[in-house]
Design a protein. Structure first.
Length: 181
């Protein structure tokens, strides 16, 4: 009889061990699933860090291009002011009406959608300036320098448009990279 009681106790302990083993297996399965999700999250984080790194490199390059463009704009404004002062000091042609010297003014770069009209207005002013320069040239001089100045002034508008487009393209790709995640 003692053998049967011991066998019964042993069977109960085996059933309890089996139940505990099943519970432990469920917990281990949940732990493995959590570990797999964590590994996936780390991989995604690594990918996002790589994209952010490339976006920062692109942003640095755009900043460098912006600095170069700003320097060119500052130099162009200085040259414009010098040209206006030279025009103001130029001797009047005989029989020409007396005029006052224009005051140099700096026009800030337009930041509104009306930039096209401001560019057109600027182009018209530059064309008028070129005509005034051609009208002041003595007849014995060749107009080649005036033509070169006129060409440089009219080429500035297309160069500005090209620079704007080259700066907008990295900005667009940066926005796409940042908001893709």
């Amino acid at each position: 009889m003692a053998g049967m009681i011991l066998d019964g106790v042993l069977m109960l302990l085996l059933v309890a061990a089996l139940g505990y083993g099943v519970r432990l297996e469920k917990k281990l399965s949940a732990l493995r699933a959590g570990q797999q999700a964590f590994a996936t999250a780390v991989t995604e984080l690594n990918t996002a860090a790589g994209r952010a790194e490339s976006a920062l490199a692109s942003l640095r390059a755009s900043g460098h291009e912006t600095d170069l463009l700003h320097d060119r704009i500052v130099k162009a404004r200085e040259v414009r002011a010098q040209l206006e002062s030279l025009i103001a000091r130029a001797p009047e042609a005989p029989g020409a009406p007396v005029r006052e010297a224009p005051k140099p003014t700096l026009v800030p770069a337009p930041t509104t959608p009306a930039a096209a009209t401001a560019d057109d207005e600027r182009a018209l002013r530059m064309a008028a300036l070129a005509e005034r320069i051609q009208g002041m040239a003595p007849p014995n001089r060749a107009p080649a320098p005036v033509a070169a100045i006129l060409g440089a002034l009219t080429a500035g508008r297309s160069a500005n448009q090209t620079a704007k487009q080259s700066l907008n393209q990295p900005r667009r790709s940066l926005d796409e990279d940042l908001f893709a995640a």
